[in-house]
Design a binder for this molecule. Structure first.
Ligand SMILES: Cc1cc2nc3c(=O)[nH]c(=O)nc-3n(C[C@H](O)[C@H](O)[C@H](O)COP(=O)(O)O)c2cc1C
Ligand SMILES: [Fe+2]
Ligand SMILES: [Fe+2]
Length: 437
């Protein structure tokens, strides 16, 4: 029966039938003879558990065909059939010996129950904590497990995998696997990027885009665990590496040094000479203040540049909290040295998206930044005071002028204070950056 909207368009239902007949496409990428990427490139995902995946994402799984056959990681559950088809196109499923799980999160383990069913002779290989985590998500009562300890090796024939636990990078059971014979690190979430591309190696893609997405990934997923990440990097640097094969995005083979150096920079919280002004407004009074802070910071940046012609320029960014996703705000905030948070007063407190920004900052635990609270109000205590309080919780030192408040439209004195505050934030950012060099 046709509904009020005219029913399902015929082309749509044809497409569904077509998909059913074919069970999704089959596509694999060779890394080495006998080692292939068999995961899924997801062009359409835009919200990955709240992460803004504007460029899509990939869930990388790796099939190793040696004397033994091992699958390293799987994909999200909805793409289990594609994974299964990809594996089956290279080897009979009965011949799969090991289903290796480096991390229990569902973007890597979602298709594991289907693979356990499809591969009757396979044993699930993981560390003890991972087994526990998998049991919390799935009915594993019929699964055969082989538990591997820290540093343990699993021989696959000519090649082997050594398991290294990387606790809290970014879950308790997280681990990576190193193949010494090929100098490949199967890194799971580490060194990943959310980006869908038909080319699967770093040198086949635009490097600045990859590094930006890797940075975004670090800022949004790994940042709270910088200390643990630095420890892992110490181990990674002792390995001979020809290829880093992460669980997301492209594989690193030509720019291994760049991505490891970048991780080191991000994990140690190195400052960039950067000021962010993140605000929300209803009727633009707070926006007028934000723009004045921006102008003050940019102007001071120009003076700093004149005095330091060879140094990098100060980067000042104006970010409307409801027009920029939290993901992109965090990506910029990771290395910002100073930040101003502004909001209009709504119902005696700050506006909800600005509150979300501050809540997100609290969890991500970036290195401290010099800060300013500001905002416009109508008749009472509200947003600037609430932000100022949060700065204390964040342990962000506020400049003396903070909080800057304007009753309704900011008058000349308020705007002047904002301009001055912008210059102070620029100075603070420059100094933090310079002290880090
Ligand atoms: C829905 C709504 C609720 C508000 N609640 C408060 C409040 O609780 N306390 C207050 O001082 N002002 C309140 N205001 C007034 C605004 O804070 C004031 O108009 C301010 O100038 C708005 O800044 P903006 O132009 O940046 O949006 C409220 C305004 C609106 C529209
Ligand atoms: Fe994860
Ligand atoms: Fe992941």
């Amino acid at each position: 029966m046709r509904g009020v909207l005219g029913g399902t368009p015929p082309s749509f239902s044809r497409r569904i039938l077509h998909k059913k007949e074919h069970n999704g496409m089959k596509l694999t990428y060779e890394l080495r003879p006998g080692i292939d990427q068999v995961g899924y490139v997801d062009y359409n995902v835009r919200d990955f558990h709240s992460y803004d995946t504007r460029l899509g994402a990939t869930y990388n799984a790796y099939l190793i065909r040696d004397e033994k056959v091992a699958l390293v990681d799987t994909v999200k559950a909805p793409f289990a059939q594609q994974l299964q088809r990809n594996v089956a196109s290279l080897v009979e499923l009965e011949k799969v010996d090991y289903l290796i799980c480096l991390h229990a999160e569902m973007d890597h383990s979602g298709a594991l129950p289907a693979m356990v069913k499809a591969c009757p002779n396979a044993v699930v290989v993981c560390n003890a904590k991972c087994k526990e985590a998998l049991a919390g998500f799935y009915d594993v009562s019929n699964w055969k497990f082989q538990i591997v300890a820290q540093g343990e090796s699993l021989s696959l024939g000519k090649r082997s995998l050594t398991f290294v636990n990387v606790p809290m990078v970014h879950w308790p059971e997280s681990s990576v696997a190193y193949m010494p014979e090929e100098k490949i690190l199967f890194a799971n979430d580490a060194f990943g990027q959310h980006i869908a591309t038909s080319n699967r190696f770093d040198d086949e893609c635009d490097l600045p885009t990859l590094l930006r997405e890797a940075k975004s990934y670090y800022a949004n997923i790994v940042a709270p665990y910088g200390r643990q990440t630095l420890k892992v990097l110490e181990t990674v640097k002792t390995l001979e590496l020809d290829l880093i094969a992460p669980g997301h995005g492209v594989m690193w083979r030509s720019h291994i040094k760049e991505i490891i150096d970048a991780y080191e920079r991000w994990a140690s919280g190195k400052y960039a000479p950067k000021v962010l002004i993140i605000y929300d407004t209803m009727w633009q009074s707070t926006e007028l203040m934000a723009e004045e802070i921006y102008a003050g910071a940019v102007e001071r940046g120009q003076e700093i540049a004149k005095a330091n012609p060879d140094a990098p320029r100060l980067d000042v960014q104006l970010m409307h909290a409801r027009k920029t996703t939290l993901t992109r705000i965090a990506e910029e905030a990771l290395d910002a040295a100073a930040v101003a948070f502004g909001s209009a007063t709504l119902n005696a407190t700050l506006m909800p998206q600005e509150a979300a920004v501050l809540a997100y900052f609290q969890g991500l635990k970036f290195r401290e930044k010099t800060a300013l609270a500001f905002g416009s109000y109508g008749w009472g205590i509200g947003a600037p005071e609430a932000i100022q309080k949060t700065l204390e919780t964040l342990k962000y030192p506020a400049i003396e002028l903070s909080p800057i408040k304007a009753k309704q439209r900011p008058d000349a004195a308020a705007l002047d204070a904002c301009r001055q505050a912008g210059a102070m934030l620029a100075d603070a950012a420059w100094e933090r950056y310079r002290n880090d060099q």
